[in-house]
Ligand binder design. Sequence first.
Ligand code: SAM
Length: 333
Amino acid sequence: MQQKLVEGSQPRSRRGLQLCCFKEPPSRPLSSVSQLQVLHKEPAMAAEPNETCYDGNCAQSFQFYLQHSGEHKAIVQCVQNVLPGEFTRIGAGKSSLDVLGVGSGGGEMDVHILSLLQSTFPAVPITADIVEGSSTLTDNFKALVAGTAGLQKVPFGWHIMHSGDYEKQVKAKGDVKKFDFIHMIQMIYYVDDLAGTIQFFHSLLKNNGSLMIFIEAENSGWDTLWKTFKNELCGDAIKEYRSSAEVTACLRKLGLKYDEHPAPNSFDITECFDPESETGRRLLDFMTAKDFYKSFTPEIRGKMLELLRNKCSTQRDGKVFFNSDLRCILVHA
Ligand SMILES: C[S@@+](CC[C@H](N)C(=O)[O-])C[C@H]1O[C@@H](n2cnc3c(N)ncnc32)[C@H](O)[C@@H]1O
């Protein structure tokens, strides 16, 4: 899932999507989803500067993907394994804790993370700042916070903007708020300057803090699909697909210390091989970030489907499961 939120440029959507910029939608696997309202703006609007393509129909496309992929469940499982120990280390001896979410979308993962931090340090006040380019998803996030009892006393700072604009704003202001924990979950695809973005957010970490990045794993189905068909998939919105391999190479180049943790996931794409299936079509649109049946020749579609079945997935009980493994990368202050 991905776009680019640079002023005056076309926004991208997840995994380099152009898709969201012209049609389609998202959803969510957690129980909290039921409380959420997907605000539907008809139809795909021209992107305003600083909007992400996660507004409007793109937000629905993402929701649809979340409902079918189990992605949030995989992230929650990983976070539950990794963060309790990490939070204990980060928060030791601190009298307040400040968290920054970048590209938080509807906030389901943020709410989970903040609740985990609260349960680790019940007596310590927490603040949360959110930098998110989509106003549609931020409205969903606000509704989720309002319905989550434990979070109602947490002060939230909402920065509805592109991370690059936040960087400019912070630098212009001079008075820089620093954070104990910063996370970027499934959003780093959308920034142009990977090293510059990581460096900037890393510079906002307080003593003992950490920056958590979730991204599709090296050699996952996404990595295989997007790198094999980079000529067809990259270009408009995303010039270059990146997986965990590119992020860790960048961290090594910057000389930053990090740990990597697996977040295994797979989801059923069997319906993608049935041209009559609406679910299959919507999954293919999301996975290719394009209107699958309109954007590619029959020959390319055939090759993509063959790759999806045989190189990006495993087959069992007559079904095809796409490898959607993620990595959680914890970068230390
Ligand atoms: C794939 S969604 C992930 C949302 C959320 N983190 C999750 O995992 O459910 C990517 C999110 O990042 C936002 N986004 C993408 N690039 C951004 C940027 N440069 N600055 C701020 N938000 C960005 C999009 O609007 C979208 O909400």
